[in-house]
Design a protein around this ligand. Structure first.
Ligand SMILES: NC(=O)c1ccc[n+]([C@@H]2O[C@H](COP(=O)([O-])OP(=O)(O)OC[C@H]3O[C@@H](n4cnc5c(N)ncnc54)[C@H](OP(=O)(O)O)[C@@H]3O)[C@@H](O)[C@H]2O)c1
Length: 301
């Protein structure tokens, strides 16, 4: 049976999640993909957003553009608010006018991290810093301007491109004998490609008539610390490269001078996405192995 592919327009398509969603969707004939990077669509410019949506008339918009630097956000709050709060308002308003549902990515930083057991979608938001405030305001704007929205909060994204903990750890492990990993912050790493699978699975169900708009949590399975994740990255990379690092030491976050306060527990509970969409968490460790292997397939040391 012939069917028209579902047209998805992706903003911020050169970022790690935008790229992963575009690449995954392009391999699936269910989708027609319009990936737009910052040069092709600056999401802070309202007229351009309206003109582009009007031109392509996608079935869904997936907003992957963002300002994802918690420390820089403390110094550049206007930039963080513009990209993480105002741009989602602009996109959601344009989507609302054209009746195009929006999928928007958000973050564990909307919580203060004081619940050791982790957070459900019903728990109270209480951001600690500018980045978290900007992400929360972005969520509220999406909710207000386009009722047919899906907000997916995720945490500790990693992939084989962009600025992320996996690649930063690999670079550090090549250059230093001794590395430190924070061991009093708990969270769940999430592969950008795993998140892509989740976003696309949700859109497939919505396209088949599921009316399940709202906010969902998704992160990789298994709680760890930055220290634990760092050890796992180094162990995976050692299969391919003789790294310089010979010791990784745990360190308390208070001893690591960062400008932004970070949630001590970033664990997102993912029961709702399982109950509504049947989406199960995948272990981040297997995705880490695959991405590290792909990384060494691309570059030669
Ligand atoms: N990274 C994480 O650990 C994490 C965790 C939880 C949730 N999230 C959420 O997931 C989403 C995507 O994160 P990510 O890690 O994929 O981010 P990313 O790799 O930093 O990608 C963000 C993209 O947005 C683009 N962008 C910046 N300004 C723009 C503008 N004015 N117009 C259009 N595009 C613009 C950037 O382009 P340039 O590079 O050209 O500036 C970049 O390609 C964000 O909403 C973030 O809050 C991330």
């Amino acid at each position: 049976m012939q069917f028209d592919p579902v047209k998805i327009l992706i903003t911020g398509a050169d970022g790690q999640s935008g790229f992963a969603i575009a690449r995954t969707a392009e391999q699936d004939s269910f989708f027609e993909v319009i990936p737009l990077n910052r040069k092709q669509l600056d999401v802070t410019q309202a007229e351009k957003v309206v003109a582009v949506l009007d031109r392509y008339l996608p079935d869904y918009v997936i907003n992957c553009a963002g300002f994802n630097f918690a420390d820089r956000a403390e110094r550049e709050p206007h930039k963080a608010m513009l990209l993480n709060a105002e741009a989602p308002r602009i996109i959601a308003a344009a989507c609302g006018d054209l009746s195009i549902p929006i999928v928007h990515l958000s973050s564990d930083y909307v919580f203060d991290g004081h619940y050791a057991s982790g957070y459900t979608e019903l728990d109270e938001t209480q951001p600690l810093g500018v980045y978290g405030h900007s992400k929360l305001q972005g969520e509220l704007n999406v909710q207000q301007y386009m009722p047919r929205h899906i907000i997916v909060r995720s945490s500790w994204l990693f992939s084989d491109r962009g600025n992320n903990f996996m690649l930063r750890t690999l670079n550090e492990a090549r250059e230093n004998n001794l590395m430190y990993g924070v061991d009093d912050r708990r969270g769940c790493p999430t592969s950008a490609f795993d998140l892509a699978r989740v976003v696309l699975a949700i859109i497939k169900q919505l396209s088949c008539g599921a009316e399940a708009w709202g906010t969902y949590h998704y992160c990789g399975a298994e709680v760890t610390t930055r220290y634990g994740f760092c050890e796992a990255v180094v162990a995976a990379a050692r299969q391919f490269e003789d790294l310089k690092v010979d010791q990784i030491k745990p360190i308390a976050s208070k001893d690591l001078m960062t400008e932004a306060e970070r949630p001590s527990t970033s664990v997102l509970k993912c029961h709702k996405i399982l109950n509504i969409f049947g989406i199960r968490q995948r272990p981040w460790r297997s995705e880490l192995q695959r991405l590290v292997r792909d990384h060494y397939g691309q570059v030669h040391y």
